[in-house]
Design a protein around this ligand. Structure first.
Ligand SMILES: NC(=O)c1ccc[n+]([C@@H]2O[C@H](COP(=O)([O-])OP(=O)(O)OC[C@H]3O[C@@H](n4cnc5c(N)ncnc54)[C@H](O)[C@@H]3O)[C@@H](O)[C@H]2O)c1
Length: 360
């Protein structure tokens, strides 16, 4: 168990502009980066919003690349890198969720191009130096300071168009970053504060966002995005354990939706670790205003209509053995030692949508 008052703190550079309507500061922020030729990145569903951003930048925009896709396929990264080079871009403006920001990182990894991120989900990638690219069905990830966005504009108004189910699952994804940060070996008291407050803010907003992200939900959108910023910051600084590794394996090997997988798995992975991380569990429970963290998250899932079963996400049951096998193959820090049989049982419960079972 980590000694709470023995730690290393490393502040990450990066400017954050937060608030409803803060997209109005885009031109100012692009100028502050010293950029004159911004390439705007987005996914196909956010083409219109990205075109509006390019129009807002006027002669400071050199184009829009609208093919960002989940897990950054190498072919897409190559196209975007080529366009950035051909157009003489001196900055990438990434509008979207983790997929678009991941594409910006793929460009920055090679070229060092500064990224200005405008997140429109709660995934938190904009606050991390973590990059990932998928080639021939295999996702490779790494950490590199060059890919950390130089500036992040968080405008909760941009979440208005986010479908409610996605708002809920990406909020759960954010909670997962903070929860694992609370028991990470390389955590520290500042990250703990951020994690607890991040979980509280996101969890408080989700029941409202489940009913809709549109007008009338300004407070919930702002609360969720504020929490996502905190949770993303934790992910950027602390090593992740069993939960993130299992989700990575499930997503990478079976092409399951990223945020939905995090949502289903979180109560179960926390239950697995509960007995070996009592202080972290107490903080998560306090943030959720409930006696037990895994059960409270399971109830939050049900209250928000979020998915609770891997089978509903398209997971094939025979694949569970392989996931349990992979989970114990590459060792990584986790409060509770990895036990193949216990993990296989955990995966079965997650597959079926059964409640989490502490100490199982
Ligand atoms: N590197 C990191 O630190 C990190 C952290 C979290 C997630 N990720 C990566 O991010 C990806 C998942 O990101 P995500 O969960 O944000 O999903 P996403 O970026 O794939 O977005 C999901 C869908 O929602 C659409 N969308 C997003 N915001 C919208 C909005 N406001 N209005 C309408 N549509 C909107 C997108 O166009 C897309 O079709 C995964 O590849 C994951 O590995 C990386």
């Amino acid at each position: 168990m980590r000694d709470e008052l023995a730690f290393t703190w490393e502040g990450r550079p990066g400017r954050v502009v937060f608030g409803a309507g803060s997209l109005q500061h885009l031109e100012r922020e692009v100028q502050a980066l010293g950029a004159r030729r911004a390439l705007v990145l987005c996914g196909p569903r956010q083409r219109t919003a990205a075109a509006a951003i390019a129009a807002r930048l006027g002669s400071r925009a050199v184009g829009v690349f609208d093919r960002a896709a989940m897990h950054v396929p190498i072919e897409v990264a190559r196209q975007a890198r080529a366009l950035a080079a051909q157009s003489g871009a001196d900055c990438a403006v990434a509008l979207g969720g983790g997929s678009t920001i991941g594409l910006g990182k793929a460009i920055a990894l090679e070229s060092g191009l500064p990224i200005l991120a405008i997140p429109t989900t709660c995934a938190g990638s904009e606050m991390t130096p973590i990059h990932g690219i998928t080639e021939a069905g295999r996702k490779t990830t790494g950490r590199d300071a060059r890919v950390l966005p130089r500036c992040v504009i968080y405008d909760p108004d941009l979440l208005e168009s986010l479908p409610a189910p996605l708002a809920v699952t990406s909020g759960m994804n954010a909670i997962a970053h903070a929860a694992e940060g609370l028991y990470a070996e390389d955590g520290n008291p500042v990250l703990d504060l951020m994690a607890e407050e991040g979980i509280r803010a996101v969890a408080a907003a989700l029941p409202q966002l489940a009913r809709g992200t549109g007008p009338g939900q300004a407070g919930a959108r702002a609360g969720a995005l504020y929490g996502a910023w905190l949770c993303g910051t934790v992910l950027g600084s602390a090593a992740m354990g069993l939960h993130h590794k299992l989700c990575h394996t499930l997503g990478g090997s079976f092409d399951l939706p990223h945020a939905g997988t995090h949502t289903v798995m979180l109560p179960h992975t926390l239950a697995y670790n509960a007995s070996h991380a009592p202080r972290a569990m107490a903080r998560i429970a306090r943030a959720l205003g409930a006696p037990a963290a895994p059960q409270a998250l399971f109830e939050l899932q049900r209250a928000t209509g979020a998915p609770t079963a891997l089978r509903d996400l398209g997971m094939p049951e025979p694949g569970l053995d392989r996931v349990a096998e992979l989970a114990v193959q590459a060792p990584y820090p986790n409060p509770r030692p990895l036990d193949r049989a216990a993990l296989r049982a955990l995966l079965q419960r997650a597959y079926e949508g059964a409640p989490p079972q502490p100490d199982a």
